[in-house]
Every structure is written in structure tokens, then in C-alpha cells.
Design a protein around this ligand. Structure first.
Ligand SMILES: Cc1cc2nc3c(=O)[nH]c(=O)nc-3n(C[C@H](O)[C@H](O)[C@H](O)COP(=O)(O)O)c2cc1C
Length: 398
């Protein structure tokens, strides 16, 4: 049997195969962040498609941690009922489900929040909306750590098998971990140990809240690719060692940040026209030039986080490692697992186009995905469109 279809443990959770649906913002929740029928349908199909582990799009743990038009919320007990139905749907087809807990920190906009976003520091100006966030004070830090723990408690009540802390792509935990965003000189910054403190306290607070058999995992940036060094590969190795010490059950390795280097996060074509479509007219010319200048620099490269995985794996030993980023052929996926560079293969964009791709792999009907990494699904996010495969046509408005 192909190694990809052998089971894998994550903590006490057994997956039926090595495939993970990497967290994918859907833009399908309702105004308050509650689960909708559209969301349930999306995850029903993926579970029917045999994905071993499903991680839905990031769920915001606090109203101030919200980003984009229609993210899923997990910041209040009102959310639990809807989340339960999502879990039930996935479990019915034998897949496992982890919730990705997130706080956007400064990676949102004053317009979306109705107030100035909070950040680890106030040093870095947002290059799209031109604001500098307000640095979180001690009370806000404590409140946010508690919000993560309470959200994890809600994930347990909803029946999820585990959680994934979003420590990648430039969101709040990534901001604390990164010397580019985090310029603090108090106990939350100034050294790698101090920058790690926020994440460490979040993990401790969650561990005190959830039962032992509940999986606690992390999506970690291995390179932020910010204008000045943030998390570098060396720093990522150090943080991975600290995460192992804390007893996390799995690390998924990624890179890039949604604002400063989305093309590192999602290598492939640069959809210039689609990216600027909904921007106000006065922003368009400069944004167009900036995005156009990225063309040809981020062409698709299968398994672009593999080098990072190879650096992290020896440090974390038997903690399972998930590899995301451009995995597209069955052959490459099998080789990555057989060579033990990673234990799990994560994908995002391919599932948007083909929710049944794993089933087709298993039935030997396909050996590569149809996704061509045109990145129009990514461009849909800032436009406020729900996540779908827009390869053939991109809407003017929904
Ligand atoms: C439309 C879209 C939404 C995404 N939403 C999330 C998210 O909510 N959380 C996250 O960690 N990564 C998110 N990502 C990044 C993916 O999980 C993944 O790391 C990246 O797309 C590379 O994997 P791929 O080549 O298989 O697409 C998103 C990517 C896309 C294209």
C-alpha cells in the first residue's frame, strides 16, 4: 500500500491517512462569524473526499482578532452550536478535524475592526492601509491569552479532535515571534526567549483547559520574508525546539506573510489585475506596479517548504511534521513521506479546485492535482469573495 494511505497518530488522535487540508479562509461565515450551510457543505465534501485531517480556515478568538470579510469566529459560546454541526459532518465521513485558532493582531484593518488594530509593537506600518497598530499593553496581552484558552475550551465542547495555533503568515503570534514586528524591550521582546513568551503562555493556558487526549498543534513560519528579518530559518529551528519541549503534538511548516510576502506563502502566478480589483482608485496605480514587479519571481516550485522541513525535523524528532506549500504530485508526496522528511502532506489550493482529489489518488484515478496555482483564490480574499476556484473566471462582484 502507498505510504500516503497508512495511518498516522497526532498525539492521541489517529488519522486514516497522511493527507491534511491545510487551513483555508473560506469567506463563508455569517456576519458574527457563525457557521453557515455553505461552510458545512464545503467540509462535508472534503470529508467525503477522504482527507485524513481537516483544518478549516482560521477562527478568530477575540473580536479584535478578526480579519477579512467573513471569517469563522470562536470568540463566544454562541458559536459552539454551529461549530458542533461542522464537526459532526466531518466525523460522519471518518475524517478528523482541528480548529485553527487565530488573532490577526495588526494584520487586519481599522475599517474591518472599527478601531485601531492591536499589534505586538507599533513599529511596522501596514503597507496597504498605511496605519501603525497600537502596541498591546499587559492587560490586553493577558486578555488575549485567556481568549485563546477559552476558544480552545469551545473547540473541545464542539467536539473537535484538536486545535492548531496559527503562528504563521504574519498574524498576532507570528508578530510576537518576529524581530521585525516585535520591537519590545520588556519581557515580551528583545530576545528569542522573550518573543516566544506569548506563545508559551498561550500553550500553557490551553494545556490547563483542554483534556489530555485533545491535540495541540502549531502552524509555524520558517521564514517570514519580511523587508527586514523576522522569523528566519535559524530562529524557526530554535522555536521548533521550544515547541517540542512544551509538548505540542504536531508542527506544520509554512512561510511568508499575508501582507508583506503572500507570494512566498502561495507560490505560483501573480494575479495582478484580480489583486487590485476592489482597491479604491487612488491606490490602484501604485499597487499595480508593486504587484506587477513580483511577476516571474515566485513561479511554482513543488514542495517549496521542504528545505525548511528538513531543518526542523531533526530538532522535533518524533513530533509529526506536516509539510505545506506547493505539493502537487503523488510521486513527490510519497517520496517526502518515505524519506521521513515529513509525516503529513498538507494542501490548500488543490482542495479548492478538487475536494475529492484524495479519493481519486486512492482509487488510482489521478496522480497529480489539477490546481495550477493561478492564485485567483488568494486574490478573492481581499476582494471579499468567498473562496472558490476562480481559475476559469474571476467575478466582478458577488
Ligand atoms: C484562499 C486561501 C486562504 C488561506 N487561508 C489560510 C488560513 O486560514 N490559515 C492558514 O494558516 N493558511 C491559509 N492559507 C495558506 C494555506 O494554508 C497554505 O499554507 C498555502 O496556500 C500553501 O499551500 P498550497 O500550495 O497547498 O496551496 C490560505 C491560502 C489561500 C490560497
Amino acid at each position: 500500500m502507498n505510504v500516503l494511505f497508512t495511518p498516522q497518530m497526532i498525539g492521541n488522535v489517529e488519522l486514516k491517512n497522511r493527507f491534511v487540508h491545510s487551513a483555508t479562509y473560506e469567506g463563508m461565515a455569517d456576519h458574527d462569524g457563525k457557521v453557515t450551510k455553505e461552510l458545512i457543505k464545503r467540509y462535508r465534501l472534503l470529508a467525503q473526499g477522504d482527507v485524513g485531517l481537516i483544518i478549516p480556515g482560521f477562527m478568530y478568538v477575540h473580536p479584535l482578532g478578526r480579519a477579512y470579510k467573513a471569517p469563522i469566529g470562536i470568540y463566544s459560546n454562541d458559536m459552539i452550536e454551529g461549530l458542533k454541526s461542522l464537526v459532526k459532518e466531518v466525523h460522519e465521513s471518518g475524517s478528523k478535524i482541528f480548529f485553527q485558532l487565530n488573532h490577526a493582531g495588526q494584520q487586519t484593518s481599522p475599517a474591518d475592526l472599527g478601531q485601531m488594530p492591536l499589534g505586538a509593537s507599533n513599529a511596522v506600518r501596514d503597507p496597504i492601509n498605511f496605519f501603525k497598530p497600537r502596541q498591546m499593553n499587559e492587560i490586553e496581552i493577558k486578555e488575549t491569552i485567556d481568549a485563546y484558552a477559552e476558544a480552545a475550551g469551545r473547540a473541545v465542547k464542539a467536539g473537535a479532535d484538536g486545535i492548531q495555533l496559527h503562528c504563521a503568515h504574519g498574524y498576532l503570534i507570528n508578530q510576537f515571534l518576529s524581530p521585525f514586528f516585535n520591537r519590545r524591550q520588556d519581557k515580551w521582546g528583545g530576545s528569542s526567549e522573550n518573543r516566544f513568551r506569548f506563545l508559551k503562555q498561550v500553550i500553557h493556558a490551553i494545556q490547563a483547559t483542554v483534556p489530555d487526549n485533545f491535540a495541540l498543534t502549531v502552524k509555524l513560519n520558517t521564514n517570514d520574508f519580511t523587508p527586514r528579518p523576522g522569523i528566519t530559518p535559524e530562529l524557526a529551528v530554535e522555536y521548533a525546539g521550544m515547541l517540542k519541549e512544551l509538548g505540542v503534538d504536531m508542527i506544520e511548516v509554512s512561510c511568508g506573510s499575508s501582507v508583506f510576502s503572500y507570494m512566498n506563502m502561495c507560490r505560483g502566478e501573480v494575479p495582478v489585475k484580480e489583486m487590485v480589483q476592489s482597491m479604491p482608485l487612488w491606490k490602484k496605480p501604485v499597487a499595480w506596479l508593486m504587484i506587477q514587479s513580483l511577476k516571474g519571481k515566485y513561479d511554482h516550485d513543488e514542495g517549496y517548504n521542504l528545505t525548511a522541513a528538513r531543518a526542523i525535523k531533526p530538532v522535533i524528532g518524533d513530533v509529526p511534521l506536516g509539510l505545506v506549500g506547493g505539493m502537487r504530485t503523488l510521486d513527490k508526496m510519497s517520496r517526502v513521506i518515505t524519506s521521513k522528511d515529513a509525516d503529513l502532506i498538507s494542501m490548500c489550493r488543490p482542495f479548492i479546485r478538487e475536494p475529492f482529489i484524495i479519493k481519486k489518488f486512492r482509487e488510482n484515478k489521478k496522480d497529480k492535482v489539477a490546481c495550477v496555482s493561478c492564485n485567483r483564490c488568494l486574490a478573492a480574499v481581499p476582494n471579499g469573495f468567498p473562496t472558490r476556484c476562480y481559475h476559469k473566471s474571476f467575478p466582478k462582484r458577488i
